[in-house]
Ligand binder design. Structure first.
Ligand code: ADP
Ligand code: MG
Length: 662
């Protein structure tokens, strides 16, 4: 043990030293003769106890005690104040107030001295030990606190990451149109995502998360296949992926593709399975549309194939019937017969045109005109189609709706719709045609972009059920009795609208009438609109020389006769080679070449190229019974003049004049 004695009196210090040597030999004594020096040494030597004299010059013992106790380095060292008298209680009180721990009085009683010092040192040691323990405890606590707060930070980060990933996951789940399910096979806990339930028409809290929710909603015919497929998957034999029907809230069955993947334990037993259901209605709808388009394509090809020859035949029948009519007095019996032939041929030609229109293979002669004017034009003769019991209403938008359309075909659309409306209103009703405008923005799912002119055609007739609505555009679909319906009307409408890059929708309910909405792209800017309301002038006669190239002898002589009768000089050629020769031989006099496109030896297009070499300014008007896309695939450039067969004499004369006068 180390002791520090502070006393200004050298003798006192010596006495103490002697006493300690005798009675407390293990003590090592350090001495100091002034308070200041004593305090300094106490800080340096860290004694186990300090014996402090009170009466000292300069700083006394009380002040020294206060300072020692006030300094962090020395505050734990026990101070034994040495008083002059044992009974000096005022002095003891002051000593205690200054922080003294014990008292001794001079002269020292050696037993008391030793006991007091021992006690103080013992107390100090145990206090030191306590303090140390406390300090190390504190350090430990601090360390642990630091560790904990670090762990806390990490935990927070983890939680944040988890929340982010959770948010990402739920966004993805929400974003997908698939419904999710998860099945714990051990606890038999089931989970269905809100979307899963939504697909069946339920809110999240309306269906229980139990296996039965799925199995009881399965279509009875799908239960066994689903179970078989599940078992096979659990045995690891095959993926779980099949199409099922699930009963919705409305009691209908929703077609879904159901896919899932199990997890197995080490023994090969399935533990868990999760997967998705996907609504395949839309895909099936698209497949159906594709099938429909393919069906139309196939029938269209058939129709297109027949059209050429059929048109030649019709041209001849109608042509000669019309010539007969011209030759006969209008009141003769034969005039009536010829008229019947011409009318029948026209009906047949219309049927051909219908088939071509439906197959979208009819040549279209588009012109820029106002859709409103077309409706007004059709209105003039629509009354005859719908009859007197049906009221016809038109609502035309005041501003013009510029569209690029084939007038005759749009007329055909409106006539077909009117004919169906008439059939749907045997007891009379209202038939409405309205025009409108859809800007590029307000479009529904699947609508084409950009501004469209709209025609709305509505009737107050018997309407139709969903099944009929779905099928009306199918060629040859009719609900009318044999002989009344052909099932071609709506197919033609469909084909024409498609060919004009438009679309058509139907909305109908049994007993509530029918509304058709047709949209056709608007054409912006450009040339002025062609008026379709002005009456067509009857063609003038001419004296020009026309070179006619046509391989069909009947058509050739018909054209010859029509043109000759109207004053033209006609030169005939039978094929592509001949037309070139004749043109070369007589080029100066020939003002127009009227030429079939499909001819033996050289076709019209090749012949045209040769003729242009001879005379670049040569005027050519083509005739063809072939369809527009066929002609284009043969390299026909755009913008050349084309007249479709069967050619009507009046139409032919009008077009011939038109080209000649250009
Ligand atoms: P068709 O008139 O020769 O039967 P369409 O192709 O014109 O052939 O029409 C097909 C079917 O569509 C009709 O038989 C009819 O069932 C239905 N349909 C068409 N338009 C209407 C309408 N406005 N109202 C009710 N049913 C219609
Ligand atoms: Mg019809």
């Amino acid at each position: 043990m180390k002791l520090l004695a502070i006393d200004d009196n050298q003798d006192n210090l010596l006495t103490l030293s002697a006493l300690l040597k005798a009675f407390l030999p293990e003590a090592q004594l350090i001495t100091s003769q002034s308070a200041q020096d004593g305090i300094r040494r106490a800080g340096m030597e860290a004694p186990d106890a300090i014996l402090l004299d009170i009466q000292m010059p300069g700083m006394d013992g009380f002040e020294a005690a206060r300072r020692l106790k006030g300094s962090a380095a020395t505050q734990h060292i026990p101070i034994i104040l040495v008083t002059a008298h044992r009974s000096d209680s005022a002095c003891r009180v002051q000593g205690l107030e200054c922080g003294a721990d014990a008292f001794l009085s001079k002269p020292f009683d050696e037993a008391e001295l030793v006991a007091q010092i021992r006690a103080m040192v013992r107390i100090k040691r145990s206090e030191d030990a306590l303090r140390q323990e406390r300090d190390s405890l504190e350090a430990l606590v601090q360390r642990r606190t630091a560790q904990l707060s670090q762990a806390n930070v990490e935990l927070k980060e983890n939680l944040e990451r988890l929340a982010q990933s959770e948010a990402r996951y739920s966004r993805a789940v929400r974003g997908t149109s698939d419904g999710l399910w998860d099945w714990d096979l051990v606890s038999n806990d089931y989970y269905y995502s809100p979307r899963w339930k939504e697909l069946l028409g339920y809110a999240d809290d309306e269906l229980e998360n139990r296996p039965e929710t799925f199995f009881t909603r399965l279509h009875p015919d799908d239960l066994a296949p689903a179970q078989d497929s599940l078992c096979a998957h659990f045995l690891g034999q095959s993926p779980f992926d099949l199409e099922l029907r699930l009963r919705t809230r409305g009691g209908e069955y929703l077609r879904v593709r159901c896919r899932g993947q199990a997890e197995w334990d080490d023994a090969g037993d399935p533990l868990r399975m999760s997967g998705v259901i996907t609504d395949v209605t839309e895909r099936q709808l698209m497949e159906e549309q594709l099938r429909q388009a393919q069906k139309m394509e196939a029938i269209g090809q058939l129709a297109g194939g027949v059209a050429h020859d059929f048109n030649n035949v019709l041209t001849v029948i109608a042509g000669y019937a019309n010539i007969l009519k011209m030759d006969l007095p209008a009141d003769s019996a034969n005039y009536g017969l010829a008229d019947q032939i011409a009318a029948a041929a026209e009906r047949a030609a219309q049927l051909t045109r219908g088939l071509l229109a439906f197959s979208r293979k009819q040549a279209i002669a588009p012109q820029r005109c106002d859709l409103g004017e077309i409706v007004l034009r059709v209105e003039q003769f629509l009354g005859r189609v719908i009859g007197e019991d049906i009221q016809l209403r038109t609502e035309i938008l005041p501003e013009p709706l510029p569209v690029q359309v084939d007038l005759a075909q749009i007329e055909q659309v409106l006539i077909n719709l009117a004919a169906n409306a008439r059939d749907a209103m045997p007891g009379g009703g209202v038939f409405t045609i309205a025009t409108g405008l859809r800007d590029g923005n307000g479009r529904g799912y699947g609508d084409p972009a950009g501004p469209h002119a709209v025609i709305i055609v509505a009737d107050s007739g018997e309407g139709m059920d969903d099944e009929t609505s779905r099928r009306i555009f199918e060629p040859f679909f009719t609900t009318k009795e044999v002989g009344k319906g052909t099932g071609l009307g709506m197919a033609i409408v469909y084909g024409i609208v498609q060919q004009h890059k438009g679309n058509i929708k139907v909305s109908s309910k049994p007993g509530e009438g029918t509304v058709f909405t047709i949209e056709i792209p608007l054409v912006e800017g450009g040339a002025a609109l062609q008026s379709v309301l002005a009456p067509q002038p009857s063609p003038r006669n001419g004296t020009e020389t026309i070179l006619v190239a046509e391989d069909d002898p009947n058509v050739r002589s018909l054209v010859d006769m029509v043109l000759t009768r109207h004053g033209y000089q006609v030169i005939l050629a039978q094929d592509g080679e001949e037309v070139i020769h004749r043109f070369a031989a007589q080029q100066e006099g020939i003002e127009l070449v009227l030429m079939d496109i499909i001819m033996p030896r050289k076709n019209g297009i090749e012949a045209y190229a040769e003729i242009k070499k001879i005379q670049p300014e040569a005027k050519v008007l083509f005739t063809s019974g072939y369809t527009a896309d066929f002609i284009q695939s043969r390299g026909m450039e755009e913008g050349v003049e084309l007249i479709m067969k069967p050619v009507q004499p009046m139409e032919l004369l009008r077009r011939v004049r038109e080209v000649l006068e250009r």
